[in-house]
Design a protein around this ligand. Structure first.
Ligand code: ADP
Ligand code: MG
Length: 706
């Protein structure tokens, strides 16, 4: 049986650290604060950085503002107090024969007790003065005369993350001793050795290696990946500056393989237990639906539908992620999929993250499906409509009449929000569950919806283009379809970054557009809070905007409004009774109004790129040219570059990659995306190749097992 490295059965590495000689209860508690519980945890404690102590920088050669490691003998030390003893500075003066170095610690007088004249001290820090040479708050280690100096000196020395009361040297010695004893117990978790090319890892002896075989000889030669035990050794005792990175990648690969194995095993379990409902349909509804649509599906949409139909006919339930940039037309694909299930006599549930979006879908589906004599129901926190009942913009429906039970066997189509996963919601014969804007939901919520039926088919949709590496980690158990084409006849979107002092010009432009009959979104980052940096609050901006843009009408939409108010506001905007919608990032998802061609975003630097791209996706939905203006007062190069990416491209993938590189996966996915494993060594930003290799390895290991 293959087990992930995290759960080896009775390995000696699984023993608690307290079983190590010299680790008493107090030390064990300190280690626990560093999330070190077992011997294996200790061996995987990753150094925060390394110091090359084979050659110390002479004190005389220290450079201003340049971090360096040096050492010397303490020639003087003392604490000076000032401001009536409230403030202090502790100073330590070192000499290495080339010059003297002053090390200072402000307001930490107790530091004095750690040093004595005559001590040898290693110092790491950044000189902030050269006359005299001074480093404030350096990291230090007193060299003790003993046989253990080869652990701490004369080599590339690891510096570990610590916790209060835990000395660097003690931890380094402990890891060294433990490694000596444990090294023979570190086994290969994946049964067979792996191979590496250059700094990329390749697998030996299967298709992957074949394709990696150099046809031209300019590929780097294959070298072996270090064994796990070697990698752990290199992590703590690197011999060359590059060793830690080689070790990190090997250990990251183990993490990724462990994760992929768990994903694949979950998938297998599902495949063994699940039985699909026959939901392929017979076209009797889809045909008239497509004929009445008024446009032709794009080739990409048709292709995806073919995949979905094949899935819904297959013996296993569909588990599919539909990825398509904003405006690529995912809703129609969802509608066709729903029709397949309905044709087959099964019910469909479509869940969206906000009431606004659920209501928009409800309206569209009603318009589309009523001619087919299908009834569409809406279920949200504030609405509940039964079959043949239209929306009532308040809570009455709920109090007076719960959704009437549909006649047995009549398949239902229910659109809703989180209300669909509440315990009191039930649906008979659920054949297909669709989740829109899936990145707004957690994995658990997806499962809750699925449990409303017996292995229904699942289609999740997202416009946040997830870079492939992240997709394999997050959605490794889903098949992926991509709509890589926008419907024809879309006007282009031009994007500009502007500073606040250019706003008068911008408003003139907006007024011109409004005068031509267009509509505009104006977005502020937050509602009713003026945070640092002078974030304008959207409610206070209303009057201002009305004044600037009169006689055009401004409607206000924000998250703290009641559902009925929101709906009224949107209805006014939809009917062009208001020409400007002033809002927060609330409109980020899904809203589809083709007459709106202007998107103005204030304090744009406060948003992530992927989020700005989503916001921008609200325009460019008709045939006219649209314009997105990002107003930002941030003048740092980094902020400029970031927003510049949006001026350059409308390719959601490039934008998401850029966001991932700059801000990391958490930002891209939002806080809702739980279930993301914490990697010690793996880095989703840079380890795409490893994740790919891990997936292949996991599949191969599992197929060997049978
Ligand atoms: P998203 O993928 O962002 O959810 P939508 O499904 O909201 O996009 O579609 C955006 C707009 O494009 C909608 O108004 C939809 O009716 C329209 N649309 C979808 N497919 C096509 C197509 N093949 N041709 C023309 N318009 C389309
Ligand atoms: Mg959508």
């Amino acid at each position: 049986m293959i087990t992930a490295p995290e759960n080896p059965s009775a390995s000696p590495l699984a023993k608690p650290v307290a079983t190590i000689r010299g680790v008493g209860p107090e030390r064990a508690a300190q280690l626990a604060r560093l999330k070190i519980a077992t011997i294996e945890d200790l061996l995987l404690h990753r150094p925060r950085r390394y110091e090359d102590r084979r050659q110390f920088r002479p004190i005389a050669a220290l450079q201003l503002d340049e971090p360096a490691t040096t050492h010397g003998t303490v020639v003087a030390l003392g604490v000076k107090r000032f401001r009536h003893g409230q403030k202090s500075v502790f100073e330590l003066i070192l000499d290495d024969g080339t010059a003297r170095l002053h090390c200072r610690w402000w307001n930490l007088p107790f530091m004095e007790k750690y040093f004595e004249v005559g001590d040898e001290v290693v110092v790491f820090g950044k000189p902030l003065l050269l006359k005299p040479r001074t480093i404030d708050h350096p990291e230090t280690e007193v060299v003790e005369n003993g046989e253990e100096n080869f652990i701490h000196l004369n080599r590339i020395t690891p510096v570990y993350p610590l916790t209060e009361g835990l000395p660097q040297r003690w931890l380094r010695s402990l890891i060294w001793r433990t490694l000596q004893d444990a090294e023979p117990n570190i086994s290969e978790p994946w049964l067979e050795p792996l191979q590496v090319t250059g700094c990329g890892l390749k697998v030996e002896g299967n298709r992957v290696a074949e394709s990696a075989k150099p046809s031209t000889s300019n590929l780097q030669p294959l070298t072996r990946v270090p064994s796990r035990s070697n990698a752990i050794h290199m992590l703590h005792f690197p011999e060359a500056p590059n060793d830690p990175e080689i070790a990190r990648r090997r250990l990251a690969l183990d993490e990724f393989i462990g994760l992929q194995l768990r994903i694949q095993l979950r998938r297998r379990k599902f495949e063994a237990a699940a039985q699909a409902l026959p939901c392929g349909g017979d076209n009797h509804l889809i045909k008239p639906f497509l004929a009445s649509l008024g446009f032709q599906l794009t080739a990409a949409q048709t292709g995806v539908l073919r995949e979905i139909r094949a899935d819904m006919r297959a013996p296993l339930p569909m588990r599919r992620l539909l990825q398509g940039d904003v405006g690529s037309g995912k809703t129609v694909v969802a509608a066709c999929s729903a029709l397949m299930a309905l044709e087959s006599g099964y019910s469909v549930a479509l869940m969206a993250p906000t009431e606004i979006l659920a209501e928009q879908h409800f309206r569209n589906f009603q318009r589309w499906f009523e001619p087919l004599s299908l009834c569409v129901e809406l279920q949200t926190g504030s609405h509940r409509t039964g079959p043949l009942r239209s929306t009532k913009p308040n809570g009455q429906a709920r109090q007076n009449a719960p959704a009437p039970l549909s006649p047995a066997r009549t398949p239902r189509l229910i659109i809703g929000t989180h209300a669909l996963i509440q315990p009191d919601f039930e649906i008979d014969r659920l054949g297909l569950a669709i989740i829109d804007e899936q990145h707004k939901f957690g994995v658990a919520q997806r499962e809750q919806l699925l449990r409303k039926g017996r292995y229904p088919h699942l289609l999740v949709m997202t416009a946040t283009p997830i870079p492939r590496t992240l997709g394999l980690t997050l959605y490794g158990d889903l098949d992926v379809s991509v709509i890589d084409q926008l419907p024809p006849g879309r006007g282009r979107i031009k994007t500009f970054v502007r500073s606040p002092d250019q706003l008068p010009k911008v408003w003139t432009f907006v007024r011109e557009q409004l005068a031509q009959g267009r509509q505009a979104y104006v977005v502020y980052p937050r509602v009713e809070e003026a945070g640092p940096g002078g974030v304008k609050a959207v409610t206070r901006e209303l009057a201002n905007l009305e004044r600037i843009l009169a006689p055009f009408r401004v409607a206000l939409l924000h998250g703290r409004m009641k559902a009925a108010e929101k709906e009224k506001t949107l209805a006014a905007f939809r009917a062009n009774a208001a020409q400007i919608l002033l809002t927060t990032s609330l409109i980020e998802v899904g809203l589809d109004m083709s007459n709106a061609t202007i998107m103005l975003i204030e304090n744009a630097e406060q948003f992530g790129l992927a989020q700005l791209h989503q916001l921008r996706g609200r325009i460019g939905r008709g045939s006219r040219q649209s314009c997105c203006i990002l107003v930002s007062s941030a003048d740092g190069d980094e902020a400029r570059n970031r927003l510049g990416t949006l001026e350059e491209t409308t390719d959601g993938f490039r934008i998401a990659e850029a966001d991932l590189k700059m801000r990391g996966p958490g930002e891209l996915l939002g806080p809702q995306q739980s279930g993301m494993p914490d990697f010690r060594f793996g880095d989703l930003r840079s380890d795409g190749d490893l994740i790919q290799t891990a997936r292949e390895q996991a599949i191969r290991l599992l197929s060997r097992q049978q």
